[in-house]
Design a protein around this ligand. Structure first.
Ligand SMILES: [Zn+2]
Length: 313
């Protein structure tokens, strides 16, 4: 039987788990809603149950656990868990390891997505790569010289919290005007609300509340306010990516997450802004591609982390 591990992506809404072989083949998978208001014991048990659903299909050697939290992969510890605050200071790897009898390795979920896309998705072959996950918020992961880059304590890659405007909207991180306030799904709604003031004919004008999906549908129907909201989102992303391209000279940028589904509505503005602002040579070299693994990116990246064990890859 080939060597296999279990990759887990513990998100604020869902927990996903998969048994993965060394070549990336998924042997079994399972998912369930996250008991996000539950105690640490309920959370740990929910993950353990999911694992016991799939671990009969092989003999897993380890568990990789991706988490929407600031993680310290060197100490295998959760440093800060804003989405599931009950995990702050809780030794989840140890407790889960005790219950499953397997070593558990932590990974930040955006880094896991970067590792997953680099291993099996759109990032294959990029020696130096940036992965931006555009969802409710914005996550970021870096692959440098072929390996995940963590920084001193694992918090590297927070692309969503690059400051675009010191006087911009307040951000959950404590700063103002972060990229997350312009290019996330949440931000698109705010930008569209501003844009419909200029376009009273917009079908969104009469709506009290709407979602990023509503803005997307309206944009596809030709609503100018919604089209402009996506263009602004793309432009802001391009400005941030230009800075990263100047700093890191990457081979590729992978854009993933739910907002990437509206690719055609923002990507031209992103590329234009990047070309305008970055140095010519690195701007021409960098390939901008859409993630191909969808929700699997985090699970597969977590599995890769488990294969690397303490050695990292
Ligand atoms: Zn921020």
């Amino acid at each position: 039987m080939p060597l296999s591990v279990i990759g887990v992506d513990l998100g604020g809404t869902n927990i996903r788990a998969a048994m993965v072989d060394e070549d990336g083949a998924v042997r079994a998978r399972s998912s369930s809603p996250t008991p996000n208001r539950g105690s640490v014991y309920e959370l740990t048990n929910a993950v353990r149950e999911l694992i016991s659903n799939i671990d009969k299909s092989g003999e897993p050697a380890a568990i990789g656990l991706a988490l929407a939290a600031v993680t310290d992969p060197f100490r295998n510890r959760i440093s800060e868990s804003p989405n599931l605050p009950q995990l702050d200071g809780y030794d989840l790897p140890f407790e889960l390891g005790r219950k499953t009898g397997l070593p558990v390795y932590l990974e930040n979920d955006a880094t896991a997505a970067a590792v997953g896309e680099h291993w099996l998705g759109a990032g294959q072959g990029f020696e130096n790569m940036i992965c931006v996950t555009m969802g409710t918020g914005i996550g970021g992961g870096l692959i440098l010289n072929g390996r995940a880059y963590y920084g001193a304590e694992g918090s590297a890659g927070e692309i969503g919290h690059i400051c675009m405007d010191e006087n911009g909207p307040p951000c959950g991180c404590g700063s103002n005007g972060c990229l997350e306030q312009y290019s996330s799904g949440t931000a698109i709604v705010r930008i569209a609300k501003e844009a419909i003031e200029r376009f009273p004919a917009s079908p969104l004008h009469s709506r009290f509340e709407f979602t990023a999906e509503d803005v997307y549908s309206a944009a596809l129907d030709g609503d100018k306010a919604s089209v402009q909201a996506f263009e602004e989102t793309g432009r802001r992303l391009g400005t941030a990516l230009a800075a990263l391209v100047n700093v890191l000279n990457p081979d590729g940028i992978v854009i993933a997450g739910g907002v990437a589904n509206s690719w055609d509505l923002f990507i031209d503005s992103t590329k234009l802004e990047l070309q305008k602002r970055a140095f010519q040579q690195p701007a021409e070299r960098v390939k901008i591609v859409r993630g191909t693994l969808g929700d699997d990116a985090g699970v597969l990246g977590a599995a890769k982390r488990a294969f690397s064990g303490k050695g990292f890859s």
